[in-house]
Structures are given as C-alpha cells and as structure tokens.
Design a protein around this ligand. Sequence first.
Ligand SMILES: [Mg+2]
Length: 199
Amino acid sequence: MELRNTVVIPKVISREVSTMHIGFDLDKVFVDYPPLIPTWLIDFLYRNHRSKRLVYRIPGVIEQKLRKASHYPSLRPALRENIAFLQRLASAKKHRLSLVSSRFSFLKQETEELIKRLHLDTYFSVLQFNFEDMQPHEFKLKTLKSLGITHYVDDDLALLEYLGKKLPRVTFFWLNPRIKAKISDNIFAVTSLSHIPHD
Ligand SMILES: [Mg+2]
C-alpha cells in the first residue's frame, strides 16, 4: 500500500498558512491624535520615563479629565485611508480581524462612542480593550496570545519590540509615517496598511 500518495494535504496546509488572524491597535491606526499637539509629546506623556523598563503611566484625575476632553469626536479624526483598507480586508473575508486597544477604563464611554461612530464593530470578530487597566504591553501580550493573533499592527515601536521578543512566531508591523524596512526577524516598519501582505 502506497500511503504517501493517499495523503493529499498540501491544499489544506496552504489555506491554513494563508489565513491570518490580524490584530490592529486603535489610536494612530484608525483614529488620529488631536490636531496641533505634536505626536511625540502625546507619546512621551503616555510613558513613565523614570523606569528603564517599558512602563506606561495611568494618568491622575486632572489629566484624565483633560484626556477625556481631548476625546471629543472632532479632536479625534478618523484615519480614512486606513479604515477604507480595513473595509476592503473585511469584505474579502479571507482573514480574521480583531481590534486590540490598550485604552484605559477611564475612556470606556468615549471609546464605545468612537467605535459606534466609525462602525468599527462591523469589521472585527473581536474588539478587546484594556478596561481592567493593565500595563498596555502586558495587556497586549496576554490578549494576542489568548486570541491566537498571527499578525499585529501598532504605531508604538517600543511596545512592538517587547512583544516581538515574547511572541517570536507572531509577525508585527510598525505603522509609522516615514520608515519602510525590516526592523528585526519579526518586526517590519510600514508606512501604509496596504504594505501588509494580505492576499
Ligand atoms: Mg496606538
């Protein structure tokens, strides 16, 4: 009996390999930061710079109020080109898509309104937020593992470098305005979501 010839699985394998579970960050991927405030300043404020390790700050009460105020819809413009790409990807139904955002619980209401306004809930199988206020990188590590994400897109390179080491089999894309390059074995810098292989 020639068993070798009866085992015809390459098609199944190739289908599995080409189906990705792509996770997306929210801020700076589908919605922009408020206009007039430099991106570097917001990113600086998000981090705790007294620690050498990656630590994010949970803002105090006054800063929470300011941050809530900065989440008025007109101050958080949609990144239309990226949402259009997401729409095309979702309607192709080839890959599983999930949203993984580390927004803290004090922004729960603003975040829910934003999701509804941009109809983001219609494109993703799972929308996971950090409403238990974990450290963002630890929250993302836990969520990417539990959802079985194979590819993840984020604008925060320090966070991706942390995840890249912890999850060597996941491919990461750093969405940024300038650099298109390979950063490490599993981190790639892209300037547009369309640079992510998706066919
Ligand atoms: Mg972000």
